[in-house]
Design a binder for this molecule. Structure first.
Ligand code: SF4
Length: 340
């Protein structure tokens, strides 16, 4: 059996009703307003993540897909605790890490790593690749001493397809694709089990994208990694995912296997996303069926379905009642009043 199919039914990550809000008007004076002749204290929030629930099995690649501004990256940063959640829970291998302090989080920081979109911005330009790779090993105690860390760093260079002698160079001496290989090597330096990849190939040339994706998938097989993949490119998501979650305005509206979501989508938003993908082979490119954009600063959430303002199938009920996230077939979930 290919190791790419070794995902188990044991959850590694369970995200439960995760909420992330950012205060819009900071400072006490800015929160004071006159209403009907009275001074009232009112804080406004950007509702970036609005009750996200999903799980990722050991060895699985789960992707979250959606338009820019839908809350995918904020969800990823909240899960890995670069941001503290407003509410909700994030269980990693059975432990709720959402409320842990910095010291309690340290072992989990080693086990959960993140690859960012821009490999140049995420690598310290003043450090050689050797320092970039060995520092986290020494910090997390993965290597006993400098010599052992350097040996492991050289092995990592080879593992991600770079030459050992390049280890003394600085990030600016590498191409974009090579820098992303260095970022991947840095995440692997601490022997993680779970990697969040936030648009890891969207800043790269198309010709390089496949190489990096293939590298990530090879590493998954070799090291039995689990991935949360954040992407807006459906072709990338289709290529690498076991299961897919479709996100709109900070909420997951559909979850299913790659086959379910791409071949038997249920939610009108998923339909619209798939329809917006260019189709080759003699047919004209389809334009997006979506009218308007995702609100960039959603301070007031609609009362009912979050997609109602753009949904071509919206009914009266959609304006007032939030659709339940229901199971329709094994592992296929959707939140829409029209699906029965
Ligand atoms: Fe569209 Fe209504 Fe379904 Fe929301 S609940 S996706 S508005 S049909």
């Amino acid at each position: 059996m290919s190791k790419s199919t070794i995902n188990t039914h044991e959850p590694l990550l369970e995200v439960k009703n995760l909420v992330q809000q950012f205060p819009l008007n900071k400072g006490f004076l800015r929160t004071l307003h006159f209403r009907n002749g009275r001074l009232v204290h009112e804080r406004k929030f950007v509702h970036a993540v609005n009750g996200v629930t999903f799980e990722i099995m050991k060895g699985e690649v789960f992707s979250i897909v959606g338009e820019s501004g839908c809350g995918k990256s904020t969800t990823a940063r909240t899960i890995i605790r670069l941001l503290k959640p407003t509410s909700g829970e994030v269980h990693f291998d059975g432990t709720d890490i959402s409320k842990l302090n910095a010291v309690q989080l340290r072992p989990f920081r080693r086990r959960m790593q993140m690859v960012f979109q821009n490999p140049y911005a995420s690598l310290n330009p003043r450090h050689t690749i050797k320092t970039i790779l060995t520092e986290p090993m020494l910090f997390h105690g993965v290597a006993k001493n400098k010599k052992e860390a350097e040996e492991q760093a050289l092995a990592l260079m080879e593992k991600v397809g770079l030459r050992k002698e390049q280890i003394e160079r600085f990030p600016h001496q590498f191409s974009g694709g090579q820098r992303q290989r260095i970022s991947i090597a840095r995440t692997l330096a601490v022997n993680p089990e779970f990697i969040i990849a936030d648009e890891p190939v969207s800043a790269l040339d198309v010709s390089i994208q496949a190489q990096i994706l293939n590298l990530m998938m090879d590493l998954r097989e070799e090291l039995n990694l689990s991935y949360l993949f954040i992407a807006h490119d459906l072709a990338v998501v289709k290529h690498i995912s076991d299961r897919v979650g479709v996100m709109y305005l900070g909420r997951i509206v559909e979850v299913g296997s790659k086959k379910d979501v791409f071949e038997n989508p249920l939610h009108p938003y998923t339909f619209a996303l798939l329809a917006s993908v260019p189709v080759l082979g003699g047919r004209n490119l389809k334009s997006s069926e979506l009218a308007g954009d995702v609100p960039t600063t959603p301070t007031e959430l609609p009362k009912g379905c979050l997609f109602a303002a753009r949904c071509p199938k919206a009914q009266a009920i959609c304006q007032n009642i939030i659709p339940e996230f229901k199971k329709y077939a094994t592992g296929h979930y959707c939140a829409c009043h029209l699906i029965s």
